[in-house]
Design a protein around this ligand. Structure first.
Ligand code: 5GP
Ligand code: MG
Ligand code: MG
Length: 187
């Protein structure tokens, strides 16, 4: 789905498909150099990071493995609850593995910081992060994101995997919805 398909719902486009793909490619090239000679385990945080994982893994030039984990810290609304629960766990034993977490966005950072600690607790040899988006204005915890995409303002965004109430994940760019879309949801 492209912006033109849902023009009536979109306030403005923040990042175009091409901008996103270029940035992901750069990060993937850097990661390919850093992990050369090893086989990293890419851990995709469902569901928002699926599109990012696809683009990122295809842009990497070394062998890798991937696995998926579903965490919840958000309800269907637009602000964090602070509590993290595992909805669906990895099927891979991370002991001794070089884990590279692939995330859509670091907002409060609560979810990712929990996950980093959990993977270390399980015995991962190393744990690094690629996050497509970061909202520094909302960070609540200190988090070391090694591979960075875009820094964005404190606005709720959708697209390229990110949803509002499960919609808009298949938008091929990243955009801000019109306020009435959210207000309609609250009414
Ligand atoms: P955290 O607050 O723990 O850093 O973020 C948890 C999750 O909230 C993110 O992985 C993402 O799924 C969701 N989230 C945070 N900010 C946004 C946003 O602007 N748009 C959307 N669609 N989801 C967000
Ligand atoms: Mg996420
Ligand atoms: Mg969501």
């Amino acid at each position: 789905m492209r912006i033109v398909d849902i023009q009536d719902k979109i306030d403005h486009e923040l990042l175009s498909h091409d901008q996103i793909m270029e940035k992901i490619s750069e990060a993937a090239q850097q990661a390919s150099e850093d992990y050369a000679g090893r086989v990293p385990l890419l851990v995709c945080v469902l569901k928002g990071a699926v599109n990012t994982l696809t683009a990122f893994s295809q842009a990497m030039s070394i062998p890798l493995e991937m696995d998926f984990m579903s965490l919840s810290s958000y309800g269907s609304g637009t602000s964090t609850s602070g509590k993290v629960t595992v909805r669906q766990d990895l099927s891979t034993d991370v002991r001794g593995r070089d884990v590279l977490i692939v995330e859509d966005i670091v907002d409060s950072g609560v979810t990712l910081s929990w996950l980093v600690n959990e993977l270390k607790r399980r015995g991962a040899a190393s744990v690094e992060i690629f996050a497509l988006l970061e909202k520094p204005a909302r960070h609540q915890v200190q988090l070391d994101v090694k591979y960075k995409g875009f820094v964005i303002p404190d606005e709720f965004v959708v697209g390229f995997g990110l949803d509002f109430d499960e919609e808009y994940r298949n938008l091929d760019s990243i955009a801000v919805l019109k306020p009435e879309v959210y207000e309609g949801e609250l009414a």
